[in-house]
Each structure stands twice: as C-alpha cells, then as structure tokens.
Design a protein around this ligand. Structure first.
Ligand SMILES: Nc1ncnc2c1ncn2[C@@H]1O[C@H](COP(=O)(O)OP(=O)(O)OP(=O)(O)O)[C@@H](O)[C@H]1O
Ligand SMILES: [Mg+2]
Length: 272
C-alpha cells in the first residue's frame, strides 16, 4: 500500500535580519519503510523524534518553502511526494489522518453533520445534502455513536466520543489508509482501550490499513504487526512486533522497552 524510501524532511533555520537560511533541522532523515495492505504498522519514539513530521509529510501538509522534502513515497503504486496539490487532491480521499487531540482538530462551531459532511462535499460532489446526512448517520453508527449525535456540537461530547467523531470523519469518504497520530494519548486509560478496540473492529470490517503513531508500547504491541522505532529523525530499528519486543537489536529500542511500564491499559484491552 505504501513504500517510503530515503524520506527526508528538513526544516530550514532562518537567522539574521534578512532571514537567510543558515541550516536545517533534520526532523526526518533518510527513513525507509513499507506498509502492507490490511496491516498495522506502529511508529514509536520519544517526543521530537520526527513521528508527526513523517505523517504530515505523507499527507503533504507542508508548503514548499516550509520544509525541504526528499525521497520517495509510493502510495498504491503512485509516487506522491512530487505531486502538486491539484494532482494529489483525489488521493486525499484514500489517505486520511486522525489526530491526538480531537477537540483541537474539530471546529467547535461546526455541528457533527457539517464536520462529517464537509469531506463528502469535497470528495463526492455528486452526493445531495440528504445523501451526505444519511452517510454521516451511518458513519456515526459504525463508530458507536447514536444517530442523534448528528445535530450536536463537539463540546457536547466526551473526549472518547470526540475521537469517535474524528474517526468517523476520516472514514466518511471511505479512506483506505489511516495515519493515526497518537489517537488515544489524550484519553483516559479505559476510554483508550475502547477506541483501540473500535479501531481493530473497523480495520477488520472495512479492510483498512493503519500507520499508528504512539508512545504507549503496550498499545503498539496490541495493535501492530510491524513496528518502526524512530530516534532523532532516524529510523533506528524496524521489524515484526515479535522481533522488536522479543529480540530488540538497537540500543535505543532496548532503552525504550526497559523504560516502558506495561501495566495499566494492557489489562483493559481485549485479548485476541
Ligand atoms: N513546522 C516545523 N518547523 C520547524 N521545525 C519543526 C516543525 N515541525 C516539527 N519541527 C521539529 O522537528 C522535530 C520533530 O518533530 P515532530 O513533531 O515530528 O516529533 P514527534 O516525534 O511527533 O514528537 P511528539 O511525540 O512530541 O509528538 C522537532 O525537533 C520539532 O521541533
Ligand atoms: Mg507528534
């Protein structure tokens, strides 16, 4: 589904009164990995290691002046990094992102109908307003929310419910590939488990592929088939879940695993 080769995302450092570029922050540096269709790949690493930058680069959220991007990202057989916005627009439907903070990523003045209807309006122009509403209600049911949520506003929901709305929005346009950037990190432990279980159910029923960014190694172990370990912009280790957890090769991976406490939410996750 996705093959990334030698991906670099460098942010220019400007200094002096003329704002000359005097260097770069190598937020992502020569990173290569692939994501098989139907699988879940976990991306872990400490804060600032470049995880979100990978996500934002793949979604082409940086303007040309904002970041220097090099390398290759082939999504469903097509190189996407070199595409301009117009060429990439139809593919935005297939790659969607779910963010850590559902409150920050949902417009508080928009009703759920409008939050879920907006991507449909963009990507499915043939749909009528009634079609969009029907589809949105169907999505709400799929993520475990009642149909009457459609006319409510983000502040009327709990954190977990808001994250369900964020997931419904990503899936409304029938996305195939979701990049989940710490989707449960802001939630209570018991709610985290519900959302993790929902993501697994949706993956099975809708044949989804996930790139799951997180720092909770118990969640990553539960969800992922493959794990990528980032450290200061570099991919220091990648392998199957069994290899990474059972036989970590890299020193940094070992430190990360040693530091993790695998209590807490493991118990509330459904066993497979
Ligand atoms: N738009 C930007 N301009 C300049 N530097 C940036 C920008 N975005 C990120 N960075 C820098 O790139 C590095 C990687 O940041 P990134 O947000 O990808 O880390 P992360 O692994 O997602 O961390 P966290 O776990 O805290 O979310 C950091 O040093 C950050 O300061
Ligand atoms: Mg991040």
């Amino acid at each position: 589904m996705l093959r990334v080769r030698d991906l670099c995302t460098w942010f220019p450092i400007h200094s002096g009164w003329r704002g000359r570029i005097t260097g770069h922050i190598k937020a992502v540096d020569e990173v290569s990995f692939q994501v098989e269709k139907g699988s879940t790949v976990g991306l872990v690493g400490e804060s600032g290691s470049g995880k979100s930058t990978i996500a934002r680069t793949l979604l082409k959220l940086y303007s040309p002046g904002q970041a220097l991007i090099r390398g290759e990202a082939i999504f469903q057989g097509r190189e996407i990094l070199a595409l301009n916005e117009e060429q990439f627009r139809p593919m935005r439907r297939d790659i969607q992102m779910v963010f850590q903070d559902p409150f920050g990523s949902l417009n508080p003045r928009q009703s759920v109908a409008s939050i879920l209807g907006e991507p449909l309006e963009i990507h499915c122009p043939a749909m009528t307003k009634v079609d969009r509403r029907d589809r949105s209600v169907e999505m709400l049911k799929q993520v475990g929310l009642p149909a009457d949520a459609i006319d409510r506003f983000p502040h009327e929901f709990s954190g977990g419910q808001r994250q369900r709305i964020g997931i419904a929005r990503a899936l409304a346009v029938q996305a195939k590939f979701l990049i989940l950037d710490e989707p449960v990190s802001a939630l209570d432990v018991s709610v985290q488990a519900q959302i993790v279980n929902l993501l697994q159910d949706l993956q099975a029923s809708l044949d989804l592929t996930y790139l799951f960014i997180g720092h909770d190694l118990a969640v990553i172990e539960h969800l992922c088939d493959h794990v990528l370990v980032m450290h200061r912009g570099k991919l220091v280790e990648s392998g199957t879940k069994e290899q990474i957890y059972g036989d970590p090769r890299d020193e940094y991976t070992r430190t990360l695993l040693a530091a993790a406490s695998n209590g807490g939410m493991t118990a509330s996750l459904r066993s497979e």
